[in-house]
Each structure stands twice: as C-alpha cells, then as structure tokens.
Design a protein around this ligand. Sequence first.
Ligand code: SF4
Length: 345
Amino acid sequence: MLRLCESDRTDPSEQDAHLIRQESDYREYEYLGFSVLVHATADMPLDGDVLMILPGQGSAHRLIRASSRHNTLLVTEQCDQLCVMCSQPPKKHHVDLFDQFAIAATLAPSGVYIGISGGEPLLHKDRLFEFLASAASARPDLRFHVLTNAQHFEPDDISSLDAIGLDRVLWGIPLYASEAELHDDIVGKPGAFHRLERNLSLLMRAGASVELRTVVTQQNWENLRYLANYVVNRTPFISVWALMQLERIGYGRMNWHKTFRDTSSDFTKIRSAINLATAKGIAVSLFNFPLCSVPVPYRQFAPSTISDWKRKYLDFCEDCSARSACGGFFEWYSHTEGFSELGQI
Ligand code: SF4
C-alpha cells in the first residue's frame, strides 16, 4: 500500500512514494528503495493517490484518488440478494482486504467521505465493524457511506454502531417497494422486505443515519406512490430518500428492456413522490438523472452523482449551459436504448 507524493506533505507517512522523475507518459516514484512506475499523462492528477499493489499482479489498484469526491472500497463481491438491476452481479469468492483498506483510510485526504460497497459488505460484518471503528478512531475527520441491503443487522450490533460513532457512517439501504412481494421479487430473496423492515427499525432505535435508495424501474413504477407514502409515514427518521436511475451494466444491462423506465418522457410518478416526500419534510435526491431528463422545477433535486471516472457526456452535451452541474451518463449508457427526450439546456 503506498501513497504517491509529488510535493511535501504535512502528514508524512512511511507509505509515501516520492516522485523522482516525470516524463510525458509516465512518472517514477521511489518507495522504500524500490522504483514504482506509473503510466499516466502529464495532466493526470496523482498527488496523494493511494495505490494497492498485490503480489503477483502486474498492475496496481487505485484505491483512493485524492482529487475525486467518489472513492469507494469494494469489500466483497459476495451477496445474498440477486437484484434484477444489480450493476455488480455477485461472485462466490471473497478476498479479505480489510487490513489494506485500514491503511488506505489512514492515507486518505482530510475530511472526505469514503464509500464502502459490495456485494454485501455486512456478510463480513465483524471485519467491517472492526475496520470502521479503527478507521474512525485513527482519522476523526473521515466519514463513511456504506451500501448495504441491511439484512444482517442484529440487536447486539447497536453497541458496535455506537462505538464507531453514529455520525461517522451513513448507511445507504435499498428499498424498492412498500409491498413485501414486489420488493422481494426485485431483490430475488423471499423474506427480504420483512427483514429489512425489522432492521430499519433497529437502525432507527440505534440513532443511525440512513439513506434509503430506490432504483426507479418498470417493476416499481406504478407503485412509487405507495412507496412514497411508506417512506413518509414509516421511515421519517431517514436522512435522505434517493430515487435512482438504472445503471446499464451487469444485470442492469441484461435486464435493461424489462427494467429501464424512460423518466424523460414521463416523470409523473417521480413528481408525485417528490411532492409528497418534501411536503412531509423528507429530503429527496435524484441520483444518475441527466439534468435535461428532469422537469425544470425538479432539477434542484438532481445533483451530479455519477463518479467522475465512470461518467461521459454525449455529442449534444457539448454546448449545453448546464454541463458543469450535470452528472451526464454512465460510461456504459447506450443512447439508442435510453432516454427519448433529452437536449441542451
Ligand atoms: S444536454 Fe447533456 S450536459 Fe446538458 S443537461 Fe442534458 S445530459 Fe446534461
């Protein structure tokens, strides 16, 4: 694990690799007497990035990009759900990298949010809690956003959540419908909804911060209004309700035609859901929606959320006045199968 350093740091570490040579297409760093060569163009910012080099592998993992707001550590690719739109279909194997992640966290830029995702990170709950507690104590300035299906919390975990620090972690939890059968169908796991309900109440009692996430799909489109009712009446404690557009990769790509909902041509159900939620004081956010796909009064709910390294813009974005505020599209979005009503603002 090493951190690329191109200038003097106020927080030096023995993991620092110092720049000794820069050419137009590569940079050479010195790390504990070894030479580390990174192929990168001159304009690519690397100062402060944290790399993980695994034995026997020819390339490094860029765990933290110091210039990015979107740093996520992939804890595991295992999962106990099989969501119809999963962007990262589960795999059976698991490699425990928590010790490496703990070092990476200590090297992160100050004051950032670090994402933790999977698969399902809580399948390795003890190690995850251990990591969060140690990172929280070593770096009081960091916060974490953990994506979890919330199936694996138990009442005994409340003390662990407390020890980590309730304000240190935002739990991002998917909820796709207020009807048990429909939610279970979308996540491919019988009983998932009831387990989720139980654990949302546990998190509420613990005082945890929760972001509910709903991917808008053809499957739950007609029922969004019931879900909005559920969110305002049953989960008023949440920090934010994120309504999300589909990512065309993994199962999302495989099931695109039966799952993608073109919200640029019909925004009605989302409009009603936002109106109801905001009227009841619930914060709402639209994730992964190109700005021009959203009616003007609702664009305020659509921040740029697609990570910079997996984002693209299309030809017609070139002269768009909203481009700097718009999150654009996923790299793997296909416009021939996507939104029908887009255009420069
Ligand atoms: S034209 Fe492109 S940049 Fe402009 S709002 Fe639409 S998607 Fe975003």
